[in-house]
Write a protein that binds this ligand. Structure first.
Ligand code: HEC
Length: 212
């Protein structure tokens, strides 16, 4: 009997310790809107930098065909690793996507259409960025999007049929049977980096975060 009491005391105290340790762990602090904007800019820059570096190293190793093969693997891996390491939603999206994984959600689709309109009117400079606080599924988020503008180099893999080398075209047809990401021209909006970060309520934060 005594032994039972002894054991149950141990079990109870272990459970209490687990409970206290568990609950006293600080939840990751929710960012204010300004902090989330700074984070969005930081991770977007890092994602673009890493994607570009992967492209460059493949190009140097074996030209465009090596680059397109390499990027078809690296692009998704880089985005996934950023998702995991930051805990935020971050990816590249496009209305005319190559990989169905990069298909925009409803919000992104609306913004991408707006980017196209603004670009046509000459109102979207190359360094444009777009952000706002939205309410989604009962939470508050900063949604940040950075349009990516088509450069001459991009036409090697996103241009018209005669701009894409034959071996690259063959690879694309095989790897991406539903590829929509061709026929772009220099200056077009090719797509965007999209980031979504939960932010705290303004009343909780007590800051002037609504300003952005
Ligand atoms: C060597 C070939 C190649 C070049 C050059 C290239 N891309 Fe891509 N691009 C790809 C491939 C392959 C994918 C699909 C990656 C994936 O599976 O996520 C892709 C996907 C994308 C996406 C994601 C949306 C989608 O269509 O799936 C964007 C945005 C993009 N490229 C922008 C650009 C821009 C901007 C440039 C020029 C600075 C460029 N790319 C140059 C091969 C290339």
């Amino acid at each position: 009997m005594l032994k039972r009491i002894f054991y149950s005391t141990i079990v109870a105290s272990v459970l209490t310790t687990v409970f206290i340790v568990g609950t006293s762990y600080e939840q990751p602090r929710m960012l204010t809107a300004e902090e989330a904007l700074a984070e969005s800019r930081r991770v977007t820059k890092a994602l673009l930098g890493e994607t570009k570096a992967a492209m460059k190293s493949h190009l140097e190793q074996g030209g465009l065909i090596k680059a397109v093969r390499g990027c078809s693997v690296a692009a998704q891996e880089i985005a996934r690793s950023y998702n995991e390491s930051t805990g935020y939603y971050i990816r590249r999206v496009s209305l005319k996507y190559r990989n169905p994984m990069n298909r925009p959600d409803r919000y992104e689709e609306k913004r991408l259409k707006r980017f196209n309109k603004l670009r046509k009117k000459g109102m979207l400079p190359d360094d444009f960025e777009d952000y706002e606080i939205v309410e989604e599924d009962g939470g508050r988020y900063l949604r940040y999007m950075k349009p990516l503008i088509t450069k001459k180099f991009c036409l090697n893999c996103h241009g018209s049929k005669d701009e894409i080398p034959d071996d690259v075209e063959r690879f694309l047809a095989e790897r991406y049977p539903g590829d929509r990401a061709t026929g772009f021209k220099v200056g077009d909006v090719r797509g965007a980096v999209s980031v979504k970060i939960p932010v705290r309520n303004p009343d909780q934060a007590g800051r002037k975060e609504e300003r952005i």
